[in-house]
Design a binder for this molecule. Structure first.
Ligand code: NAD
Length: 286
């Protein structure tokens, strides 16, 4: 791990930009590739805002902000990826898009470079088919959580043919950026999404049975279980359309216990997707 100097990140959206910041804040040189330089700049500007808040809270200094941002280079043609030691991919959750990115990276990056995907729901073993046989051992999942600059957990997910050395490398890499890595098998939903959706399905059942309101169920989890945010508030934050899609994947993989509840389907039909539409289980000022 001491030989890691440069990190490539693909995608400067909600996850990619903050993953880049995690590495930059730990002293690594980072390069972000986006589909356009404008999008890459937008992502980096958002990081400036995040660091301004850290400065206000006394968690970072203006000098650190400058240093962190200066160590993040931007590209729209993979310039700088040729000497990256590890690449984290965080593009759209679409197999075709990710496959194209990894095939391209495979031709650009040096043979020793480790490839990590931040996919939430695609099988890592399937994505690993995007690279040639010499890279398969170096391909794995590194599932960060949102907001990535804040959340400590990373699920490290070996694919069927990932080398043990690559897993150890990625676990170490996560520790170097002050994350807590957990090793998880390549199964649908990995570990965290299975736990989360099991709770969400039950929260929806409680609501359908008229046992309690969303507000009271949220309070029950916050003040009875010590959760920082209740299940309905969290569903609104992550977006109910995405929640339904993920639940469908879990249902396909595990059957009845993850069958999406009618109350969730109806909410999505009504376009009450959560914070992003101003209304979900709760109402928000847009
Ligand atoms: N949002 C979350 O809470 C969350 C949590 C964990 C994992 N993930 C996963 O992270 C990945 C990214 O999610 P997100 O929420 O950041 O999405 P997003 O839509 O905010 O960002 C995706 C970015 O990828 C860029 N992109 C698309 N195709 C590209 C390409 N070919 N090359 C370079 N950039 C490209 C887009 O322009 C966009 O900026 C997905 O796989 C998602 O499942 C998301």
């Amino acid at each position: 791990m001491s030989d890691v100097r440069k990190v490539g990140v693909v995608g400067a959206g909600m996850m990619g930009a903050e993953i880049a910041l995690c590495f930059a804040a730990s002293g690594f040189d980072v390069v972000i590739h986006e589909t356009s330089l404008d999008l890459a700049k937008k992502g980096k500007e958002r990081l400036g805002g995040i660091l301004d808040k850290s400065i206000q809270k006394g968690k970072a200094t203006p000098e650190e902000k400058t240093r962190f941002l200066e160590s993040i280079a931007l590209t729209d043609d993979f310039e700088g990826f040729e000497d990256a030691d590890v690449v984290v991919e965080a593009v759209f959750e679409d197999f075709g898009t990710k496959k194209e990115v990894f095939s391209r990276l495979d031709t650009i990056c040096k043979p020793q470079c480790i490839f990590a995907t931040n996919t939430s729901s695609l099988p890592i073993t399937l994505l690993a088919t995007a690279v040639g046989p010499d890279r398969t051992g170096k391909f794995l999942g590194a599932h960060f959580f949102s907001p990535a600059f804040v959340m400590k957990l990373v699920e490290v997910i070996p694919a069927l043919d990932t080398d043990e050395d690559s897993v150890a490398f990625m676990m170490d890499c996560c520790r170097k950026i002050n994350k807590i890595p957990v090793r998880v098998k390549d199964v649908a939903g990995f570990a965290v999404n299975r736990l989360l959706h099991a709770m969400w399905v039950e929260a929806c059942r409680l609501l359908e049975e008229g046992v309690a309101t969303p507000e009271d169920i949220d309070n029950a989890c916050r003040y009875g279980l010590g959760h920082p945010i209740g299940p309905f508030a969290l569903m609104d934050l992550t977006s109910n359309d995405l929640n339904l899609r993920v639940q469908q994947i879990l249902f396909d993989a595990y059957g009845e216990r993850f069958r999406p509840r009618p109350v969730l389907k109806q909410l999505v039909d009504a376009n009450h997707l959560g914070r992003k539409t101003g209304r979900g289980w709760h109402r928000y000022n847009k």
